[in-house]
Design a protein around this ligand. Structure first.
Ligand code: FES
Ligand code: FES
Length: 165
């Protein structure tokens, strides 16, 4: 019989009491047990960023942390940011700039860029170089990044009230 341990995870503001195998990674619990399908698993070794969530507000790859290690921490997935004004602006900018194709990387990219925009705040939008640096942790096979950078910059300008003329 497989050994399980009891863990309580705070995900998108809701506590979930779960029995999990100690070796189970957080990404698998979020996707398979909690059906949060924005969590994509690409490399499973912390390289591609497709599984990015906010852990206590910081972007983290959920394939590199065991579910049991996430107890007591606040976990936010893309689903938990639905309706947030910054995320809504970012998603609209992605739409307008055709910044996704297959969409596999997109949830992780959005969570990562959301974190950057929130960190900087509307009065200090990030530079293009900062956006590019932030995207170092997200691999995308489709877009060539230019459209994602353009979308992030548009969202940053829009959030700061400095819209394009
Ligand atoms: S699946 Fe987690 S970083 Fe690639
Ligand atoms: S849109 Fe396909 S991997 Fe990024």
């Amino acid at each position: 019989m497989t050994e399980t341990v009891q863990v309580t995870l705070l995900v998108n503001g809701v506590e979930h009491a779960l029995a999990v195998e100690p070796r189970l990674i957080l990404a698998d619990v979020l996707r398979e047990r909690l059906e949060l399908h924005s969590i994509h698993l690409g490399c499973e070794e912390g390289v591609c960023g497709a599984c990015t969530v906010l852990l206590d507000g910081e972007p983290s790859t959920s394939c590199l942390i065991l579910a049991v290690q996430a107890e007591g921490r606040s976990i936010t997935t893309l689903e938990g940011l639905d309706g947030d004004p910054t995320m809504t602006g970012l998603q609209a900018a992605f739409h307008e700039n055709f910044a996704l194709q297959c969409g596999f990387c997109t949830p992780g990219v959005l969570v990562n860029l959301f974190s950057l925009l929130e960190d900087r705040g509307p009065s200090a939008p990030p530079s293009e170089a900062e956006v590019r640096t932030r995207l170092n942790g997200n691999l995308c096979r489709c877009t060539g990044y230019q459209s994602m950078v353009a979308a992030a910059m548009q969202a940053a300008r829009s959030g700061s009230g400095h819209e394009d003329p």
